[in-house]
Write a protein that binds this ligand. Structure first.
Ligand SMILES: O=C(O)CCC(=O)C(=O)O
Ligand SMILES: [Fe+2]
Length: 316
């Protein structure tokens, strides 16, 4: 599969003042259409988003350098009973990549707690920066999800969804490889989230799989945020949306830093009845994402990476 003329993901411009992302703005309908068609056709898009001050990720990437220099014994204190929510060890099957997770990162207290695990006295500035970042990017996530609900005529259910949403912030680093070749640093996978939003420093490596099966490199920029549908929104939407496969390949001479904000939905996720009809028979039973993550944990790594797991777990 794949061709030499791969089409990149759609780019959706979400810049402008606060009113630009409000349903009252004149561009809202057009932007909504772009978002929904990108999610349905491609499983994601590149958002141009200017509400994260550039200094914020820059400061976080520089603090991440310090963070990942901490001893292994310290980093493994970042534990979570939820799959993929804690420390990802570089000694695992992905030797170039390492990551930590802050569950509930839109809450400053959770960010502080994480810093206190890493450093006895914590690190207030770092905690405040990751929290501010998570909150700004969560606003982008909420815009996208609101568009989804409204486009499907489910606007009245959006407040309950928002209430049930939790955010995981993952801080990731990818070492430059020791050789001159391109090295797979994060295997091809779909996320288990509802929506994922990725942002990174200027070191390339992220690749996104188009619906035609082509791998398209992502061109990073300070205002570009990659918005991906995860397996939760695939099940919730009764597969109107399919989660997008992505991977990271490292070449070159520099360390790559990236930030992933992943939304999840607590409680029961079920396909809204409005999304079930003759043309769209019900494809998923109601499920709880924490049970889904537990199920993922019991699987071989290769299988884990595939969105069909959500079908195995609760498909009809
Ligand atoms: O580093 C990246 O850009 C990708 C990270 C990723 O795919 C993940 O954490 O699920
Ligand atoms: Fe991912």
């Amino acid at each position: 599969m794949g061709s030499l003329t791969a089409t990149p993901l759609p780019v959706v411009n979400l810049t402008g003042g606060p009113e630009a992302l409000s349903p009252r703005s004149s561009s809202w309908n057009a932007v909504s259409k772009e978002i929904i068609s990108a999610l349905e056709e491609h499983g994601g898009f590149v958002a141009i988003y200017d509400r994260v001050p550039q200094e914020l990720p820059a400061a976080i990437f520089s603090d991440m350098m310090r963070l990942f220099q901490l001893p292994h014994e310290t980093k493994i204190k970042n534990v979570s009973e939820k799959s993929g929510h804690g420390y990802i060890n570089k000694a695992s099957n992905v030797p170039l990549h390492e990551g930590v997770g802050i569950d509930g990162a839109t809450d400053l207290e959770e960010c502080r707690k994480f810093m206190e695990l890493m450093w006895t006295n914590g690190d207030d500035a770092f905690a405040e920066n990751v929290n501010a970042y998570a909150k700004k990017v969560a606003e982008l996530e909420q815009t996208v999800v609101r568009v989804l609900f409204e486009s499907y005529g489910l606007g009245k259910h959006y407040p309950a969804h928002l209430e049930a949403t939790t955010y995981l912030l993952r801080l990731l680093t990818y070492k430059k490889p020791d050789n001159d070749e391109d090295n797979l640093a994060f295997v091809s996978h779909t996320d288990k989230s509802f929506i994922s939003i990725l942002h990174q420093n200027n070191v390339k490596g992220l690749e996104l799989r188009t619906k035609d099966g082509d791998w398209v490199p992502f061109e990073p920029s300070p205002s570009s945020f990659v918005v991906l549908a995860g397996d939760l929104s695939m099940a919730w939407s009764n597969e109107r949306i399919k989660s997008l496969y992505h991977r990271v390949t490292m070449g070159g001479k520099e360390t790559r830093y990236s930030l992933g904000l992943f939304s999840f939905r607590t409680g029961v996720t079920e396909v809204p009845k409005e999304l079930v009809d003759e043309d769209h028979p019900l494809l998923y039973k109601p499920f709880n994402y924490e049970d889904l993550l537990r199920f993922y944990d019991t699987l071989e790594p290769k299988l884990k990476a595939d969105h069909t797991v959500v079908k195995m777990f609760c498909g009809i």
